[in-house]
Ligand binder design. Structure first.
Ligand code: SDX
Length: 389
């Protein structure tokens, strides 16, 4: 338009930060946490051990892992006023909205968290938040159902404790099938970090103002809630349900190609190859379904993937299944309702958000976030009196 500033449409994203936490090669489909391939961590490690690796840069010794597990275990309880905060939400409040609000509210319970340049304080707040995320997620879920809260049981492992707080009723002690606990632990590992994705960028951007980590992670949860990001896992199940049968897939695919909607769980800003996490999740799904029985929507997902990977529209655009395409099928088999899927993503991503936040705080050259803009508005012009408008 006349008068509007002109700009180079070839604008490309410039690097937002430097980091040593996670490496991705999108063309080769490589994902490494602190140099360790995700495939090896998923097979040999545990979520708490991976959280330690992301935060400290090295795998822990046995003694370090024991201390780390102790620190996490004894921070799982919430202040009773946080429970009352959750009580204040409507019965149908989305758990991600409750999680975002309650995590940010923790900044008011731990004002010392603002001492972000004190290393011991950072360590304490990081352990506190990783420990409390499952409790917050479980309390939000129980609030939705109108069920009494199940308090943390510090005799259980991190992932078992989470399942117990979600699903335990009147049985004296909650017994989760170890194969399901392992599958959930692998899913948490796969979600633990992913370089400068939308929500991590939000955590870093908010964190660069030197606010406390609870407020920064609260912003990350808000970003993750979106259907183009972490909210995609919930959207995939809704999409599969809407397709209903494999007979409807060709019509659905034509709708996607006509631009009517996106194939949720497909595509990625970085991976222009198969998301390595999706491959691992597909295998974990087989292990879960061996225990729970096959999710009937799996057949539609497998056929959808097969057809899409042979279709020029998707091949030309290098669209492959991402981490969200199969994860929801497992979560549903583990008895999680769809609105809890992104809460699971947030619990898994918390160590990554905090590792990136801690790295940012310690990077002396990192300045407050102030992204460049391309000005496309009017240049200088004279004020027009209202009588002349
Ligand atoms: C996550 O960044 C991360 O690392 C994120 C994440 C993490 O661990 O933090 O990996 C987690 O968020 C995974 C993504 C989950 N979201 C979805 O599954 C939603 C569906 N996917 C799309 O919305 C999309 O693929 C994005 C948002 C993931 C990526 O968007 P981009 O970067 O804009 O996609 P693109 O530029 O590569 O698109 C190229 C073309 C475009 O078409 P044309 O304009 O060239 O005609 O492909 C089209 C897009 O419209 N396209 C799709 C599509 N994704 C891209 N068409 C149909 N279905 C899709 N899913």
């Amino acid at each position: 338009e006349p008068g509007l500033a002109t700009y180079d449409p070839g604008f490309v994203n410039t690097a937002s930060c430097r980091s040593a936490v996670t490496y991705i090669d999108g063309d080769a489909g490589i994902l490494e946490y602190r140099g360790y391939p995700i495939e090896q961590l998923a097979e040999h490690s545990t979520f708490l051990e991976v959280a330690y690796l992301l935060l400290n840069g090295e795998l822990p010794t046995a003694a370090e892992l024991e201390q780390w597990t102790h620190d996490i275990t004894y921070h799982t309880f919430l202040h009773e006023n946080v429970k009352q905060l959750i009580e204040g939400f409507r019965y149908d409040a989305h758990p991600m909205g409750m999680l975002m609000a309650s995590v940010s509210a923790l900044s008011t319970f731990y004002p010392d968290a603002r001492e972000i340049h004190d290393a011991d304080n950072r360590k304490l707040q990081i352990a506190r938040l990783i420990a409390k995320m499952p409790t917050l997620g479980a309390f939000a879920y129980r609030h939705q159902l109108g069920k009494p809260y199940v308090y943390p049981d510090n005799r259980l492992s991190y992932t078992e404790n989470f399942l117990a707080m979600l699903f335990k009723m009147s049985e004296p002690s909650y017994q989760a099938d170890p194969r399901l606990v392992k599958a959930l632990d692998i899913l948490l590992i796969l979600h633990a970090d992913h370089e400068q994705n939308c929500s991590t960028n939000a955590v870093r951007s908010v964190g660069s103002s030197e606010v406390d980590p609870y407020s920064a992670v609260g912003a990350g949860i808000g970003a993750l809630f979106g259907p183009l990001h972490g909210g995609a896992n919930e959207a995939v199940l809704a999409m599969l349900r809407r397709i209903g049968t494999t007979d409807n897939i060709p019509g659905f695919i034509e709708g996607v190609k006509a631009g009517k909607e996106k194939l949720m769980g497909f595509g990625h800003r970085v991976y222009k190859n198969y998301d390595p996490r999706a491959k691992i999740i597909k295998k974990a799904a087989d292990d879960v379904f061996a225990v729970t029985g096959v999710n009937p929507l799996l057949e539609i997902a497998l056929e959808l993937e097969k057809i899409a990977l042979e279709d020029e529209y998707f091949v030309k655009r290098k669209l492959y299944p991402n981490v969200d395409f199969y994860s929801g099928l497992i979560y549903e088999a583990l008895q999680f309702p769809p609105e809890m899927f992104t809460v699971l993503f947030a619990i898994g991503r918390t160590p990554g958000w905090l590792a990136q936040w801690s790295e940012l705080v310690q990077d002396k050259e990192q300045k407050i976030a102030r992204p460049k803009q391309i000005y496309t508005g009017h240049r200088t012009r004279e004020f027009t009196p209202i009588s002349e408008r």
